[in-house]
Design a protein around this ligand. Sequence first.
Ligand SMILES: NC(=O)C1=CN([C@@H]2O[C@H](COP(=O)(O)OP(=O)(O)OC[C@H]3O[C@@H](n4cnc5c(N)ncnc54)[C@H](OP(=O)(O)O)[C@@H]3O)[C@@H](O)[C@H]2O)C=CC1
Ligand SMILES: CC(=O)N[C@@H](CCC(=O)OP(=O)(O)O)C(=O)O
Length: 317
Amino acid sequence: MSQKYKIFIDGGEGTTGLKIHERFAGRKDLELLHIDEEKRKDPEERKKLINQSDITFLCLPDAAAREAVSLADNEHTKIIDASTAHRTNPQWAYGFPELSAEHRERIKTSGRVAVPGCYASGFIACVYPLVKAGILPVDYPVTCHGISGYSGAGKKMIAVMEGPDKPEECYSPRQYALGQGHKHLPEMQKICGLKYKPMFNPIVDDYYSGMVVSVPLHTRCLAKSCAPEDIRQIMAAHYEGSNFVKVRETGGTETLPDGFLASNTLAGTNMMEIFVCGNEEQVLVASRLDNLGKGASGAAVQCMNIMIGIDETTGLL
Ligand SMILES: NC(=O)C1=CN([C@@H]2O[C@H](COP(=O)(O)OP(=O)(O)OC[C@H]3O[C@@H](n4cnc5c(N)ncnc54)[C@H](OP(=O)(O)O)[C@@H]3O)[C@@H](O)[C@H]2O)C=CC1
Ligand SMILES: CC(=O)N[C@@H](CCC(=O)OP(=O)(O)O)C(=O)O
């Protein structure tokens, strides 16, 4: 390989940034640009490296991600942003290539790619195909439940959960965003084309990473009456041929040991699994993924691979 892509990870010492570093181990087609430890928050130094790079990853809080974009002052550098800052910005590609050929093409040709939120990835994976197929009406009052490992909240929560003064309540699952203002709601609604914001009930639990996102549906309120197997077939057709999104062969609880859908089994991978369970009246569509994998660093590297023309089936992730 003659050309090496110059890569800078802004926020490379954070949870998502470190996972991207891990994914790059052994990649001979990439040259990583390193920032001095003491200058890693210095806008001048970050600006220099951003503009030297072919591709910069932003693994930063939203405000710092916006600042980083403003520091890029050349036509060449492509930016892949893991934060929430640009996910509903029409000038940015939404980095979920399995949604449609148009999404994949936009990622391939864009200089600015926003990586989907972790819960948002799980939700959109379940809902987008059903809206597109005309099964889920856009004015359906959608509800969503999510359970995530604590790494989803980044370094600060990891320090609390793994520190010596871990509060007693952190040994239990904790529901949050109770006021229905979670930061992923805008992208969930916009990308799926829903008329109303979904009700979203996230729970963070006492394990490191992995998540399950589920969407309960009353079949009588769908555009046409659907059994779980009909919905599973729609999902399977949508994701047919996908390397990283797999729709489980059999619906119902048969695919799940003891009927439990564990949240941590895809940790460390870029995989997502879709399950369709329930009965003629009530269907549950659920996705399982790693919040740090397909929900963050895996998705970011997958987008980069698409941008530089690497075949997904090579397994470089
Ligand atoms: N964790 C997850 O599962 C997911 C995270 N994301 C998103 O990715 C982004 C990063 O998240 P995550 O890795 O979890 O967060 P972390 O808090 O673990 O890491 C953020 C990193 O950014 C650094 N940082 C903060 N401000 C600046 C600045 N001005 N200049 C340079 N570096 C800065 C922090 O420095 P310091 O080390 O000093 O704190 C830290 O190393 C966030 O926007 C998050 O919402 C998206 C999907 C999933
Ligand atoms: C467990 C936990 O706290 N999770 C985070 C979501 C992390 C994430 O994905 O943030 P992005 O918006 O950058 O995607 C939360 O609910 O805010």
